[in-house]
Design a protein around this ligand. Structure first.
Ligand code: PLP
Length: 229
């Protein structure tokens, strides 16, 4: 199957469930993103700042770029002028820096809070309590150039479907609670980004409305860095 066929098939599948399809294009060369673009895809996700900036410069300007990987505060300034959404907000300090850089370029940047749900040491994210503490803080209330659009989570990398379902169920439940407690009258808080190639069907069953798909669209990633392609 070609990239174009994959995009068309997945668009049909996800649109039927009213789920947003984010094409995760990390490590893939610009030509392959262009192929997806030509098949109608406009939302792309990358996890490294430098790679994101270089692809932004090479590809059509109506692409909406999402950062999905861990973001260091000193790199926010490079993406603030154009990024559509930062899905990997995992601290108040990072959110404050995004706000500062967004103000400089006169933008309001959409963000998701990344919530830690996996049973693994290596994943970034806020715990449930930390997320609530952030949303309740006076410091957060001062930030006018960021807008929290929802939550993102990565499940444990396991074949155990029951475990994955439980992790996504917990995140959906938490999402509903946050919505009611903090965003009852704010429709912009609406995105629950969960699900990758290996588990997106489970994630959709559990209430995801944005899936982040890489290998299902572009094939396996054999290299770590796109410039070696
Ligand atoms: C790489 C990545 C994905 C996509 O992974 P696939 O298994 O290739 O679909 C999704 N989300 C995040 C945060 C990623 O880093």
């Amino acid at each position: 199957m070609s990239i174009a066929d994959n995009i068309k098939g997945l668009k049909k599948e996800t649109e039927a469930d009213k789920v947003i399809l984010l094409a995760v294009s990390k490590t893939k060369p610009a030509a392959e993103l262009q192929e997806a673009y030509d098949a109608g895809q406009r939302l792309f996700g990358e996890n490294h700042v430098q790679e994101l900036v270089e692809k932004y410069e090479q590809l059509p300007k109506d692409i909406e770029w999402h950062l999905i990987g861990h973001l260091q505060t000193n790199k926010v300034k490079y993406i603030a002028p154009f990024v559509s959404m930062i899905q990997s907000v995992d601290s108040l300090k990072l959110l404050q820096e995004i706000n500062k850089q967004a103000l400089k370029v006169n933008r309001v940047i959409d963000c998701l809070l990344q919530i830690y749900i996996a049973d693994e040491e290596t994943k970034f994210g806020l715990g449930f309590d930390e997320a609530i503490e952030l949303l309740r803080s006076e410091e957060f209330a001062l930030l006018k150039n960021v807008r929290i659009r929802g939550l993102m989570g990565i499940a444990t990398n396991t074949d155990n479907e029951k475990q994955i379902k439980e992790e996504y169920y917990e995140l959906k439940t938490f999402f509903d609670g946050i919505k009611v407690s903090y965003y009852r009258k704010d429709d912009s808080f609406s995105i629950l980004s969960m699900g990758m190639s290996s588990d997106y069907k489970l994630a959709i069953e559990q209430g995801s409305n944005m899936v982040r798909l890489g290998s299902t669209i572009f094939g396996k990633r054999v290299i770590k860095h796109w410039k070696n392609n």
